[in-house]
Design a binder for this molecule. Structure first.
Ligand SMILES: [Zn+2]
Length: 529
């Protein structure tokens, strides 16, 4: 992982934008301008049609042809997944160009996103009827004809409520809101011991996968530093390891390490209040809270920066949502507040606050925000709408079945899986054409020995939410590959060695954490569909 300077911080320091007031004003302005432009252009277009109807047949055909030609432009030019991606860090981007493979049925699949696709997707994700109408008019006025194909057909209804609809009721006080959140464990409901067992059996886990989880958790607990943190690069000096375990990470980020250390315990239902790892989880959470700055981020993000911030924030938000321990609430909320202030105007996040986003770092923030909302924490309206706009900017085809690391780069397996999971958590349903095509793509790139854990972690979650035959096809391969690749010798027993892609940057703690989270998929997050 490397960093770039935050040269474009200014873009995100507009207080109006952060408070939502400015964006609401801009929103209204956009809507009224869009409506005005749409109405005027419709009138112009109607006049043009009337003119055409008065022309002799030959002239009419000629004029109609020129109109069609302008509409076809959007589907011709950018037919290749162009550019090279910035695979300079642990993003998982491996420079593979995937768009053309994913959607051979459309001539535009592999191109850079046209402005039209941005308008279209924003319309779909907004859920705002007025904006829809304004954009529809604007799109019709352009006469391109290519955007309509991307609109959801009327039969598609959102089975997953948009994140904004899950906002805490502002009329409730904190106590009432916490109580309401506690009554609705939602996405974490499967972690309860009884539910965990049931879901592991019903969703495709087995005794071997569950015992692999327990062995992995034991290894993680044995490699926690006595002060509560996990180190990515020095875990082999913690506890009684004495350097017996190989593959330390190349990145120094104790906040990321501690987030990665905690998440598999929480994912399997172990908290600081229940289960056999109470002390492990408690010291880890205490360390994170002590490491938090007054602004809400963590002192030891180091090379991971917002990457690490997102991972640590997920751990705090999950622990809060699962236990409602009052001492966790403010730290979790502050980590979210910091995250929201760090969001780029384009909707994504990168290593430093205010940088134009990348898909990899953005994905961790999206899960943190979703976890925060599950716990009834405050996430201002508009944050996830901006995320949708960012996803529009990194999708590799019109329907959004493939994703790249940053705008302009090539797509990759890992970014496609992460982008699709973000789409699921920001509002897409299982009937969405982009998701259906994306799932087909993931299935055509099944887990193979030596593959990239980062890709497996995200792809497995997407397939689990999607369910059905794709899940039946993916799961046994993924499950058994992880069971078979778990270390069984010496002090490394129970852990996983880093494999392909950028896994080496995070090292053995990272690889073990992602492997465990992947094997916990049956119960870690409730299915969205
Ligand atoms: Zn060891």
């Amino acid at each position: 992982m490397n960093q770039q300077g935050g040269a474009d911080i200014n873009e995100e320091t507009n207080p109006q934008l952060l408070s939502g007031e400015g964006s609401a004003e801009q929103f209204r302005t956009r809507v009224s301008i869009g409506t005005l432009v749409g109405v005027m252009t419709c009138l112009l277009f109607a006049g043009l049609l009337m003119l055409v109807s008065w022309l002799p047949d030959r002239q009419r055909a000629s004029l109609a042809g020129s109109i069609d030609g302008s509409g076809a432009d959007a589907g011709t030019g950018n037919a290749v997944g162009v550019g090279t991606s910035s695979s300079d860090d642990a993003s998982g981007d491996n420079d593979r160009t995937v768009a053309g493979e994913m959607d051979p049925s459309t001539g535009v699949s592999a191109g850079r996103d046209s402005p039209d696709s941005g308008v279209d997707a924003k319309t779909e994700d907004s859920g705002n009827a007025d904006l829809d109408a304004a954009n529809d008019d604007a799109v019709a006025a352009k006469g391109t004809g290519t955007v309509d194909a991307e609109k959801p057909s009327p039969q598609f209804s959102f089975t997953v409520p948009p994140l904004e609809q899950l906002q805490p009721d502002p009329s409730q006080d904190d106590g009432a809101r916490d109580a309401a959140a506690a009554r609705s464990p939602g996405m974490f409901a499967g972690r309860d011991a009884e539910q965990r067992k049931k879901l592991a059996e019903s969703d495709g886990g087995n005794a071997a996968s569950e015992s692999a989880v327990e062995r992995g958790l034991k290894w993680l607990a044995d490699h926690q530093d006595k002060d509560g943190h996990w180190s990515l690069h020095e875990f082999h000096t913690a506890g009684e390891c004495n350097g017996r375990c190989s593959s330390p990470g190349h990145v120094s980020s104790d906040a990321a390490g501690t987030g990665f250390g905690l998440l598999p315990f929480l994912g399997a239902g172990y908290t600081h209040q229940s289960g056999k790892y109470k002390k492990t989880v408690k010291t880890g959470l205490d360390w994170l809270i002590a490491d938090q700055t007054k602004e809400g981020t963590f002192r030891h993000c180091e090379g991971g920066a917002l990457y690490a911030h997102g991972i640590a924030s997920i751990a705090l938000c999950e622990a809060w949502a699962m236990t409602k321990d009052p001492k966790l609430k403010q730290p979790a909320q502050r980590s979210i507040d910091y995250m929201i202030k760090a969001q780029h105007a384009g909707g994504g996040w990168r290593y430093q606050p205010g940088q134009a986003g990348d898909t990899s770092v953005t994905g961790w923030q999206v899960i943190a925000l979703r976890s925060a909302q599950q716990g009834g924490l405050q996430v201002p309206k508009g944050v996830m709408t901006k995320v949708s706009a960012f996803l529009d900017s990194v999708q590799t085809d019109k329907k959004g079945s493939g994703y790249r690391y940053m705008p302009g780069g090539g797509g990759s397996d890992a970014m496609t899986a992460e982008g699709l999971l973000c789409r699921i958590y920001t509002s897409w349903n299982s009937k969405r054409p982009g998701l259906e095509a994306g799932v087909r793509y993931l299935l055509s790139h099944p887990p193979q020995s030596g593959g990239e854990l980062y890709y497996w972690y995200y792809a497995t979650q997407v397939l689990h939410h999607y369910g059905g035959e794709p899940w039946e096809e993916w799961n046994p391969v993924m499950r058994d590959l992880l069971i078979d690749s778990q270390s069984t010798e010496g002090h490394e027993s129970g852990s996983w060695a880093p494999q392909g892609g950028h896994d080496g940057a995070g090292g053995r703690v990272y690889a073990t954490s992602l492997s465990l989270l992947t094997l916990e998929v049956y119960y870690r997050h409730k299915r969205m569909f």
